[in-house]
Every structure is written in structure tokens, then in C-alpha cells.
Design a protein around this ligand. Structure first.
Ligand SMILES: [Zn+2]
Length: 333
């Protein structure tokens, strides 16, 4: 086993067994005043408001997150090119997403260092520890910005080569920007999981990755593909160091973890959404359909009991959610 394969297990040992991931990015950016009504979604902030992205990363670190995820989920080179950016400009925006997160980590490390002399009285968590930066890669459906990452329906003409070529350059550029991890997120079907796993090999990527699927029925991934077959794709790749579920309602998570554990011994990563429903036609979350932070956190211990070792939040979760997860996990250990 080389260092790539060991990164996650070493990190989890340092964390005391369970690591905290950050929460929703887009909703937090909006709360700080960003206007994300655009197909590029949170990636739009890379262009206009990079300082807001850094602020949100810092908010999550100070809420206790051990891993922060970059603002590149919807940042596909093709998406930037559709907006009139050159290839070089598009690649620079991808690099920038990683740079902003690395910069936030440096600022945080400094604050932790200062806090070791002057403890923070305001509840911010300023604890010196290893922080990982995960470069987000959204699915092809995320680039389409039509909600198809929540259906997994890419049409009959879709094939493995198309998906690999769609993602190839972005994955390479992100890997070259030196994040600690690559986060393949909201993967809606098995074909795209295979594309990601093969790209890591074909491009000789030496950054470990996680593969995270979403589900809308608590049994299969959203396309209807078998979750266990999807997880088997992760299991067969040495470069994939964790596998799990994101952007899925909390009530489905326990059973999904049990299915995942049947197929793999890799660390299981869980970052559900708040449970609110998303209206893909109106491109907005339906208010008040989700669970409270208190209810969200009441699930966390169960998820860990059945085998999750990386826990955070996806859409509509906030630094308050992550702080509550951090607290419940630190009480436990
Ligand atoms: Zn989400």
C-alpha cells in the first residue's frame, strides 16, 4: 500500500475515528450576499466574489469541519467556455477554487495558533489539527444545470468515453492544483462512477478520491442503478479511499450505509442534504420541507454506529449544522 491508499485511514486515525466534513456552500454564499441565479451556480462566485468563498470555508472550519470542499462542483470547463471564457481562463478558475480553500486553511491554522495564546470566547472551534481540502467534481448532470444529477438520466446515446472526455481536463487541472483529495459528488449512476474511476488510472492521478452517490428512494442511486454495483466500482479502485452518499434526505441514510458496508471495507462518507425537496423546474428548494439541525444531528450517532466515518452536510445545511455534528461527535469520543 502506497501513501495514496493510506491517506484516509491515517487521517481518520488522527481524527479519533470519525472526521467532520463541511456543509452546504451555495446557500451559505447566498446568505453572505452572493447572487447565484446562474447555470454556473456557486462557481459563479469564483469569478465575482472569491472572498465570500473564503469566508464560507473559514466559517465551516470554525464550526469544526476537518475537511472543506472547494467551490468547483459546477465549475466545468465547458460551462465557463459557454460563458465566453477561454480554455486558459477556465482552467485558471478551477485552480482558483483550490487556491481559495488552501488559503482559507492557512488563515485558519494561523487563527488556531493565535488562539493557543488567547482562547476564543465566542464558540469558534480553533483547535490545531490536520485539515484536508477536497476538490469537488460534480457530475455531468451538474454541468447541464437542469437537475439531471437528481435523475441520472443522460439519454441513451451516453457512453463511458463521452463522460471520461467531458471530465478529463477538469480532473487533471484540479489534481495539479494540489488539493489533498478529489471529491466526486452527487454521482447519479454507475456509468459515471466507472468514468471517474478509469480517469484516475488513465491520467495517472496521484491524489486520492472519494466517490459519493445520491439516492431518492433509500435503496438505489437516483438513476435506479444498484447502489451495491456502484459501490463495487469504488471498491475496485485503489485510488478511491472513501465511498458514500451525499445530497440525499437524512431519513434514507442508515439503510444506505448498511448496503454500502456489504460491498466495501473502505471508509463510508455521509453528507446528506437537509431533507428539503428540490424543485428542479423552478431551480429552488421548497421551504420548510426538511429537518431541523437538532433532528439532523439526532441521526448522526446512528450513522456512525452502522459504520459511517466521515460525516457532514450537503445542500441547505449550514455552519450551525456542522457545529452540532462536531459537538455530538466530540461528546461521544
Ligand atoms: Zn447537495
Amino acid at each position: 500500500m502506497g501513501p495514496v491508499e493510506n491517506l484516509m485511514s491515517d487521517f481518520l486515525r488522527e481524527c479519533g475515528g470519525v472526521a467532520v466534513i463541511d456543509g452546504g456552500l451555495a446557500t451559505e454564499l447566498e446568505r453572505h450576499g452572493a447572487n447565484l441565479n446562474d447555470p454556473l451556480w456557486s462557481a459563479k462566485c469564483l469569478l465575482n466574489d472569491p472572498h465570500l468563498i473564503r469566508t464560507v470555508h473559514l466559517d465551516y472550519l470554525e464550526a469544526g469541519a476537518d475537511i472543506i470542499i472547494t467551490a468547483s462542483y459546477q465549475a466545468a470547463i465547458q460551462g465557463f467556455e459557454n460563458k465566453g471564457y477561454s480554455l486558459e481562463e477556465s482552467e485558471n478558475l478551477l485552480k482558483k477554487s483550490v487556491e481559495i480553500a488552501l488559503e482559507a486553511r492557512d488563515v485558519y491554522y494561523n487563527r488556531c495558533h493565535e488562539a493557543s495564546y488567547n482562547p476564543s470566547p465566542d464558540g469558534r472551534i480553533l483547535k490545531q489539527r490536520q485539515i484536508l481540502v477536497a476538490a469537488s467534481v460534480g457530475s455531468y448532470g451538474a454541468y447541464l444545470a437542469d437537475g439531471s444529477e437528481y435523475s441520472g438520466e443522460y439519454g441513451d446515446a451516453m457512453d463511458l468515453e463521452f463522460l471520461k472526455n467531458f471530465h478529463r481536463r477538469r480532473v487533471k487541472v484540479l489534481a495539479d492544483s494540489a488539493p489533498d483529495l478529489i471529491a466526486f459528488e452527487t454521482v447519479p449512476n454507475k456509468l459515471e462512477a466507472q468514468a471517474f474511476a478509469q480517469l484516475l488510472e488513465e491520467e495517472g492521478i496521484n491524489i486520492p478520491a472519494w466517490l459519493s452517490f445520491n439516492s431518492k428512494d433509500g435503496v438505489n442511486v437516483v438513476s435506479g442503478d444498484s447502489l451495491t454495483e456502484c459501490v463495487a466500482v469504488a471498491e475496485s479502485s485503489k485510488k478511491i479511499v472513501a465511498v458514500g452518499i451525499n445530497c440525499t434526505p437524512p431519513r434514507f441514510i442508515r439503510d444506505l450505509i448498511l448496503s454500502i458496508k456489504k460491498v466495501t471495507a473502505k471508509p463510508v462518507i455521509i453528507y446528506p442534504n437537509s431533507g428539503e425537496s428540490y424543485d428542479a423546474d423552478r431551480k429552488e428548494w421548497v421551504q420548510n420541507t426538511g429537518v431541523s439541525d437538532k433532528d439532523f444531528v439526532s441521526y448522526v450517532n446512528t450513522w456512525c454506529e452502522v459504520g459511517a466515518t466521515l460525516v457532514g452536510g450537503c445542500c441547505r445545511t449550514t455552519p450551525d449544522t456542522i457545529r452540532a455534528i462536531y459537538r455530538t461527535l466530540s461528546t461521544k469520543s
